[in-house]
Design a protein around this ligand. Structure first.
Ligand SMILES: Cc1cc2nc3c(=O)[nH]c(=O)nc-3n(C[C@H](O)[C@H](O)[C@H](O)COP(=O)(O)OP(=O)(O)OC[C@H]3O[C@@H](n4cnc5c(N)ncnc54)[C@H](O)[C@@H]3O)c2cc1C
Length: 286
């Protein structure tokens, strides 16, 4: 079991893992794809002390270099959910489970724009990990709605299992339809079910019969990641110690709310790590 699992490879998560390393704690660092950190999109940064005019990419590379030189391994995997086990946590990433005494969330700003029917049919045909749950739909039609290229790989994998894969890219995809994968460039409107399970997906211009809808978002909404975590205006509610409403879970950076700034993310990352250290040291003494 790890002391901590850190989720999110932006400035907040990087700062948290650096501080945990300095404090000699064991952890695994899930960065997710760097394409979705806000930092990559910042053309020029003038408000980060001492590094005026640096680009977001350059700053992120500096952060990563620092972390690498401290001997920290970065796993680019995405975490799909965190489960409280009563005194410790289990984290699911690519269908593998990892256990830790504490969790640090630094997943960035995630506005949850749920599709109609999504929450209602979650676990009844709606899912967020196509490769994990797809095999349950052997020889059945399924749909993948994806905000990024990640969904293309998943649709190829599922085309070997399911009767039909409808792929709805919500980005500019170059992928072409084939006999098993049908690319539909249309706007998803509603996931329709019969009360027990998903039966179709309504798009702006058509309706397709499907038994499952997998949704791949750039950032998984926090409430979806960890059930029961308290939010405030859509962000994770934290106190000055970056403690969330769940004992042993800490949060930092854009996911805790405004201002959305690098310096805040880095500062909160270090506070979250130090608070996690305090929590761990206290539990040893108990
Ligand atoms: C265009 C633009 C310009 C900006 N300019 C500035 C500026 O000049 N100055 C300034 O201070 N700020 C600026 N910002 C804001 C700044 O980039 C953010 O405040 C900062 O990046 C927040 O850091 P973070 O670590 O909280 O989140 P992010 O940088 O968003 O990183 C979150 C990370 O979490 C990962 N992640 C998410 N979900 C999961 C999961 N389930 N499993 C694993 N990993 C996951 C993502 O892949 C990502 O790597 C700008 C933002 C943008 C978009």
């Amino acid at each position: 079991m790890f002391d901590s699992l850190i989720i999110g490879g932006g400035p907040a998560g990087l700062s948290a893992c650096l501080n945990l390393q300095i404090r000699n704690k064991s952890f695994k660092f899930f960065s997710g794809t760097e394409k979705t950190t806000g930092l990559m999109k910042a053309p020029q940064i003038d408000n980060y002390l001492g590094l005026q005019g640096i680009s977001g990419t350059e700053l992120l590379n500096n952060f990563k270099k620092h972390v690498n030189e401290m001997g920290i391994e970065i796993f680019k995997d995405k975490v799909t959910n965190i489960i409280g086990m009563g005194g410790y946590f289990a984290v699911n990433s690519n269908n593998e489970f990892y256990e830790a005494k504490t969790i640090i969330i630094g997943t960035g700003h995630a506005k949850a724009n749920y599709f109609l029917g999504e929450k209602e049919y979650l676990g009844k045909g709606v899912g967020y990990c196509a490769t994990c749950d797809g095999p349950l739909y052997k020889n059945k039609p399924i749909t993948i709605i994806s905000e990024n290229e990640e969904g293309e790989e998943e649709s190829v994998f599922l085309s070997q299992i399911c009767s039909e894969v409808y792929y709805i890219p919500l980005y500019n995809s170059e992928m072409k339809s084939n006999s098993k994968i049908k690319i539909i460039k249309d706007k998803p409107m509603e996931i329709v079910g019969d009360g027990d399970k998903v039966i179709s997906l309504k798009l702006k211009n058509q309706e397709i019969k499907t038994e499952a809808v997998f949704i791949i978002r750039n950032v998984i909404p926090v409430s979806q990641l960890l059930e029961g975590i308290e939010l405030e205006d859509g962000s994770i509610k934290v106190n000055r110690h970056m403690e969330t409403s769940i004992n042993g879970v800490f949060a930092c950076g854009d996911c805790t709310g405004k201002p959305y700034q690098i310096s805040k993310a880095v500062g909160e990352g270090s506070i979250a790590a130090l608070s996690a250290v305090k929590f761990l040291d206290k539990s040893i003494k108990r």
